[in-house]
Design a protein around this ligand. Sequence first.
Ligand code: PMP
Length: 411
Amino acid sequence: HPAFDAYVVRRDFPILQEQVNGRPLIWLDNAATTQKPQAVIDRLTYFYQHENSNIHRAAHELAARATDAYEAARDKVARFLHASSSDEIIFLRGTTEAINLVAQSWGRRHIGPGDEIVITWLEHHANIVPWQLLAAEKGARLRVAPVDDRGQVRLDEYEKLLGPRTRLVAFSQVSNALGTITPAREMVAMAHRYGARVLVDGAQAVSHMRVDVQELDADWYVFSGHKVFGPTGIGVLYGKLDLLNAMPVWQGGGNMIQDVTFERTIYQAAPARFEAGTGNIADAVGLGAALDYVEKIGMENISRYEHELLVYATEKLSAIPGLRLIGTAPEKAGVLSFVIDGFRNEDIGDALNREGIAVRTGHHCAQPILRRFGLESTVRPSLAFYNTCEDIDALVATLWRIRTGRYGLQH
Ligand code: PMP
């Protein structure tokens, strides 16, 4: 594609020049975290060199610069998600914190004894445990929509779980363990027909596909900056504005108040309502730079290129005898989970590491879905737009050597 060249964009990522164990780094752990382009690194430095201040509270020039930068980042997130207003964007620590906020603020008020919360078997622990805690506290019931043998949510079974007691549905748009893309729009619409609110976990979606929260009609949408080429420690809760303003406040402190006396406090509207205390100003600004960078490359280009890479990798991996891909849904993004008969996943990970190839092995914070396939762990290479067919060839060549006993790993 003339519009997109992975070898050109790779130069924007200084860490991709790193040597690991005497080899050029091949970063295939993008589902855990993505690498950062120079533009993001530069933006963080610029902030600390020229703009650093606390926001909103001072009369001086740097406070104005920091506030402008922070609010400009919020505007960029709103545009990136196609939200209807920047007030719908709340900066938090990440996906995990955003889900916990919804569970504790909205959940504690609206979930009662006998109510039902519906999730799917695909979920990351971050989209299981907060609901489990809430259900235990309130005497509510957690119900789980099953997946088929390819790792797709069974929509018929999902629909059967929905009913008059369903208050909330929470599911991921892309599975971090298998890469399955869920039919999010359809699932949201089905839940809404039963009057349930819906939270979509976009942690694994935002780096791979165009997201439009209005088209999805999600009530809340959450993601982490570090998975979309931005800094760690910054993430986003999107919520429909009326809903956010009707939700009980979560943490109390500075910034989220309008007026305080010892008798009562009047709270701000969203987003300040949910941003108590000094937030992660610099990293929010860095996230804005990451989204600018992604926009410049073009999400259409990214999705198209990554799809080709995924097809290529799937074909090459499938040709290795004894290698079993876990998660073979036709609609997938970014993730290739597998095991090889007769080999331990940790040993495969170690052997790849010796070749400079970074993958994750383990349960990927999604134990239930791996157990659904009779496994406690997999090897999980995961893709970004800066990966190339050469990266895949290096991975596959090492796996062939492992398979043919060159590393002496077979047990
Ligand atoms: N949900 C999904 C689907 C994820 O992949 C992750 C990160 N692995 C999370 C939630 C949690 O994100 P974070 O650790 O950044 O809060």
